[in-house]
Design a protein around this ligand. Structure first.
Ligand SMILES: Cc1cc2nc3c(=O)[nH]c(=O)nc-3n(C[C@H](O)[C@H](O)[C@H](O)COP(=O)(O)OP(=O)(O)OC[C@H]3O[C@@H](n4cnc5c(N)ncnc54)[C@H](O)[C@@H]3O)c2cc1C
Length: 477
């Protein structure tokens, strides 16, 4: 996978960047506490599935992927929709992310173009880019009060390889008629003269001081910057507010049940039956928005399992984040590649800064992320404490980027972790199963899933409305 800066895999490295030693910043294990879940309204009483029922479309999973699918399906069709959640709304990755609005693939776009062709790769990228507009539509039509901030974000690069990969991806953008990302290269960078002429016009040489200023760092290892449209929002609060609005707007056509784990989905030729809490829901179509984790069995009528192509099957990684209340600063999204080769397994780190509303005041919250680890057979428990040594490592490695003026070893206001769904192909899965057309997917975040889930929700709605869409890089295989 190619670390592009939001949610990359990798370990936090040592030694530290600011000269302090790990023992200066010893932390205890702390409860996992997400700033986004802390902002949610009370959920009200649980409402599990209490009887056998019917719907036209059943959506499994009430994170951003499922709520977006419900929003657009109700908007684009006349279907009766049932949304089924095993926990409460917005408590999965949607309530435990960095909340950054960004539209890159964690795999370089030029690689995706090599596999699928420039036209299909560019169409996929356009879909993600346009999801900014879909988010605004969801917020406006749902009359959601969730705060959405937008600004230009920056990623720091330090070698020719990083710059070439991103310039080649920019070339795909240009060939596909998309907006270009801005690439600035320091006129002091030793590799600047080695950038091939075919990439001329896709970057600009600037003084090193400009790189430093954009990246807010004095670390002159970084000699190039890629900048693009970014933003921040609380996706957990967004889905809670959109869901409440859907229940009001579509009382006849929309129902939500929670505390209902779907343990089996049987996809027949004429209908789908989902099983949960000892009851069944019979529908014409089912949309899996479960972040890709298969603790539910999906079979055909005869009991044979139905799955995706090997490179589309999702495996999970647990990603760790921490945040502190900062003195007032403008919103920002910054990332710093740490590995010499894109796709390597060493660290890169990312920092987001946003306006954060608390019950009695509004502050600046700076969030730091980077480390990700595979989770083990025992599964992932969102209530597992945040490991103290990892907090110490992040304090050493990421804090100097996030806020150099913050001394090491201070307590953090939040520290939390969440589950990310990656697949080997590095591309989200959106659409109907090729051999089981009643079964739809909107999952496989590959590190970046806020806007892509919304894009997927809208695409699913068009498919459910009976539209024939051109083949895409997201099609299930
Ligand atoms: C630490 C971290 C940082 C991230 N940062 C960013 C970022 O800055 N920007 C970005 O774009 N993306 C980011 N992501 C990814 C993004 O958060 C996810 O892609 C997105 O939230 C996934 O939404 P979802 O609806 O697919 O999954 P989820 O939010 O996990 O929702 C899936 C839901 O399905 C339910 N479910 C699962 N199985 C069943 C079942 N059998 N029956 C009933 N319900 C079920 C779950 O309980 C859950 O509520 C980050 C993720 C993490 C973990």
């Amino acid at each position: 996978m190619a670390p592009r800066g939001c949610c990359g895999r990798g370990m936090v490295e040592s030694p530290s960047m600011d000269g302090t030693s790990p023992q200066d910043t010893a932390y205890e294990d702390r409860p996992s506490r997400s700033p986004w879940i802390a902002q949610l309204a009370a959920d009200g009483p649980p409402r599990p599935l209490a009887e056998d029922t019917r719907a036209d479309v059943v959506i499994v999973g009430a994170g951003i992927a499922g709520v977006a699918a419900a929003f657009f399906t109700l908007r684009e069709t006349t279907a009766r929709v049932l949304l089924v959640e095993r926990d409460r709304v917005g408590r999965g990755a949607t309530g435990r992310n960095a909340g950054q609005l960004t539209t890159y693939f964690e795999r370089p776009l030029c690689d995706i173009a090599d596999e699928f062709g420039v036209e299909m790769a560019a169409a996929g990228q356009r879909g993600f880019d346009d999801a900014h507009g879909l988010l605004d539509l969801m917020v406006a039509e749902s009359e959601a009060s969730v705060r959405v901030e937008r600004f230009t974000g920056h990623m720091g690069m330090f070698n020719l390889h990083h710059v070439l990969v991103h310039l080649r991806s920019n070339l795909v953008r240009r060939q596909g008629g998309l907006r270009l990302e801005t690439c600035l290269v320091s006129d002091e960078a030793a590799f600047a003269s080695a950038i091939p002429a075919e990439l001329d016009g896709l970057y600009t040489l600037v003084p090193q001081a400009r790189i430093r200023e954009l990246l807010e760092t004095r670390d002159d290892r970084y000699s190039a910057v890629l900048s693009d449209r970014k933003g921040c929002a609380n996706s957990g609060l967004l889905v809670q507010q959109v869901l409440a609005n859907l229940e009001q707007r579509y009382p006849e056509r929309f129902r939500f049940v929670d505390h209902t784990p779907v343990d089996r989905v049987v996809v027949g030729e004429d209908r789908v039956v989902a099983h949960g809490r000892g009851h069944t829901v019979t529908s014409s179509q089912v949309v899996l928005c479960t972040n890709g984790f298969v603790d539910h069995l999906v079979t055909d009528r005869l009991g044979a399992p139905i799955g995706l192509a090997p490179d589309q099957q999702v495996t999970g990684r647990v990603a760790y984040m921490t945040a502190f209340v900062d003195h007032p600063r403008p919103p920002a999204a910054m990332s710093y590649i740490r590995n010499p080769t894109i796709g390597g397994d060493t660290a890169y780190v990312y920092v987001t800064r946003r306006t954060y509303d608390r019950p009695d005041d509004t502050v600046t919250l700076t969030c730091m992320g980077g480390p990700e680890y595979p989770f083990h057979e025992a599964g992932y428990d969102p209530d597992t404490p945040f490991p103290g040594p990892l907090l110490g490592a992040m304090d050493q490695e990421v804090r100097p980027f996030a806020q150099p003026a913050r001394p090491p070893g201070l307590p953090y206001d939040f520290q939390w972790h969440g589950l990310m769904g990656y697949n080997a192909g590095g591309v989200r899965v959106v659409g109907a199963h090729p051999r089981h057309p009643r079964l739809y997917y909107n999952l496989g975040c590959n590190g970046v899933g806020f806007l892509p889930s919304i894009y997927g929700g809208e695409r699913i709605a068009h498919l459910l409305a009976g539209e024939r869409l051109t083949p895409s890089i997201f099609d299930p295989r």
